[in-house]
Ligand binder design. Structure first.
Ligand code: ZN
Length: 133
């Protein structure tokens, strides 16, 4: 067995899932709470299913160094929403489907809609939040 190095991880995504009819308000509060506290790149709202995702969601892209502050905050403040946190390496399908961690209930994904390989991997991108706390 050859161990993979954590140096393969270029960034992380947190996908925050919600139901547009019942839990969009919770997702809006979570998004605002993140924006007030963390320098991250918030993706746009997807009120319909996109890519490998089987529910409405928005994405938080963040730097590796932020993991140990942001992920515990999401654990305590997700209000019952499901959140998938996954690494971004050159293997997007594995990253999402096999190697991620879930906060809240685990949801279905569609791995066939993701490439097995992608080089370069997704970076966190330019932050678009201005934390106040
Ligand atoms: Zn992702």
């Amino acid at each position: 067995m050859t161990y993979r190095s954590t140096g393969e991880i270029v960034s992380y995504h947190a996908h925050v899932y919600f139901d547009p009819g019942t839990s969009r308000g919770k997702a809006e509060r979570l998004r605002a709470g993140v924006a007030d506290r963390f320098r991250v790149r918030l993706g746009r709202w997807h009120d319909v299913r996109v890519g490998p995702h089987d529910a409405a969601m928005f994405q938080i892209a963040f730097e590796v160094a932020l993991f140990d502050r942001l992920v515990p905050w999401l654990m305590l403040n997700h209000e019952g929403l499901s959140i998938l946190i996954h690494p971004n390496t050159t293997r997007p399908r594995r990253d999402h489907v096999e190697d991620g961690i879930w906060i809240g209930a685990k949801l279905k994904l569609h791995p066939e809609r993701l490439p097995a390989e992608q080089d370069p991997p997704d970076e966190a991108g330019e932050p678009n939040t201005s934390p106040r706390f």
